[in-house]
Design a protein around this ligand. Sequence first.
Ligand code: HEC
Ligand code: HEC
Length: 285
Amino acid sequence: MPSYRTIAALAALALTAFWPAARAVAETPAERGRYLVESISGCGNCHTQRGPDGAPVAALTLAGGALVDDNPAFRAISSNITSDPETGIGKWTDDQIVTAIREGRRPDGTLIGPPMPFEVYRGMGDADVRAIVAFLRTVPPVRNVAEKSVYRIALPPAYGPPVVSVTAPSPADHVAYGAYLAGPLGHCIVCHSPIGPKGADFTKLGLGGNSFGGPWGTSVSSNITSSKSDGLGAWTDAEIEHAIRDGVARDGRKLMPPMGFDYYARISPSDMTALIAFIRTIPPR
Ligand code: HEC
Ligand code: HEC
């Protein structure tokens, strides 16, 4: 007869072998959407107001009304994206919300303004954008009339041709999936490439240098290329992870917003591995 220890060991083996797979299969679209919105995508970093302590106000989760940017070109205030039918997006169909996220167009045909990062959101995979919509449906309605944004620049007629269908890369391909996380899902490369009048300049991908003003003062996005002197080339994976997850730089300095540390702390270990694998491939600048 096998000993108790053998049985326990076999049971543990069976659990580690089958449990992760079983969990992956059991993840519903709304659960996947919650993971994205509350981690790598960090929609609340713009769509949830912060309290005096700088932390997102839970009672106003995704209810908008946060002043995202005030510059000579525009004064942008985020919209209420809870399921409230009057002040949120509760009356929009799934397809209308998908179009708003990927193409920046509302059901009434008007364009949604910057800095919502449409240059990368266009590349969100069909399953992921639908998962985000499924999750947004579960967000409790919050009645909150967000102040209107003011755009002093003319918005383009569109951010590009209609998005028909997008297939996300396989998570098994770490570098390709990391690029998908840093672009379409997480818009890291938008803040970390020089932003000009036409949006982020990806010919200088990762160079940083954008200034962001707020209650914290002014922060400047870092060079995240693999340059050993100016970028992350000399950092270890653990140091890069610590900066992204905890907002602490290699020299121990506490990093400032608007990088979404509150959200990035929840990035899964496998997504973090892919993200760093991609960052390592950005040519030094
Ligand atoms: C960098 C800041 C930023 C991020 C990140 C961001 N948004 Fe936005 N979003 C905005 C701003 C600002 C507006 C309002 C722009 C305007 O007034 O035209 C907006 C508008 C919207 C609208 C239009 C709502 C309406 O009533 O007009 C939707 C839907 C939306 N965002 C969904 C999302 C989702 C989902 C995410 C995450 C995947 C997200 N946003 C991430 C800044 C952001
Ligand atoms: C909304 C803009 C914004 C977004 C989105 C953003 N960052 Fe940042 N990031 C910044 C700013 C600004 C700093 C510098 C903060 C400081 O110096 O206090 C920074 C700092 C960093 C650092 C520290 C580098 C150093 O030299 O200290 C790393 C690493 C980094 N970001 C990676 C990322 C990754 C990966 C993502 C996506 C998951 C991301 N960032 C998304 C604005 C952003």
